[in-house]
Ligand binder design. Sequence first.
Ligand SMILES: [Zn+2]
Length: 306
Amino acid sequence: MEILESALYWRKKGIAVIPIRFRDKKPDGSLLPRDEKGKPVWEPFQKRLPTENEIKTWFPSRLRNMAIITGWRGLVVLDFDNAAAFSQWRVWTTRKGGFTRYASESTYQVRTARGIHVYVRLPHTELNRKFDGIDIKAAGGYVLAPPSIHPTGIQYQAVDEKAQIILVDALSDILPAKLLEKHTELPEDVVILPGRAQVPQPSDDLWETVNRGPDPERALVDQIREKFDILSFFPNAEKTSGNGRWYRSMCPFHQDNHPSFWIDRARQICGCFAACTPKPLDVINLYARLNGISNVESIFSLSRLL
Ligand SMILES: [Zn+2]
């Protein structure tokens, strides 16, 4: 596809693109809208699609690069920066089988200068994460898209132009949950308590140890909800109601300038006023979202800490 055709195609799919300088990775300031101070800005396209007219002025010829905005509308790109990291991942997805294998084989992918980009969509905005050889591009980022040309002269090429971007429930549908949990750097203002830092140790007090560990008679979910106070994830939260029920904290899921994350201690749920959380999260959902894992995996992980 030519660059103009390609830009219009993504727009039609509800995905925002921006103009990038030819054989470069930086936004083309001469084409972008300007803020009050006259500075060119690409960030507005994290929240809106460019118009058809904007696209037509941006891409009249091929001598320009194009980037796709990640994060918005749940778009996530796994950026494998070398062939070895990509093949290791494919060996893992093949062994895992099922939906993981299907998604890794069928979702839209792009050959980059040195590696490969794998596109997926999630039902919410994801956090950026970095692993050995894999960069997860989500909130606040962008990736160069075909037919852009890398500074080295190599052209970005879709593996299959017609492939769709597959919707997954959690990153752990396409990456090992253990890897995600191990490498997740929690956003500022969030801790997991009592959590990884406080795995129960055998105690000298024999009477105390009797009650440790999950109780097979009771539903695991109830035990988790009882053990983890949702407020303990947000040590810097501020009380906003006299009765100690409502709290506010910085949202871990977007660049928050004033606390927009609410916590309801009475119902043990939380959420973001800026729409990061389509539904309120309980402690299991919260732990899952922070780590990029599914709710089932979250139950497994939290139950190990009971
Ligand atoms: Zn938020």
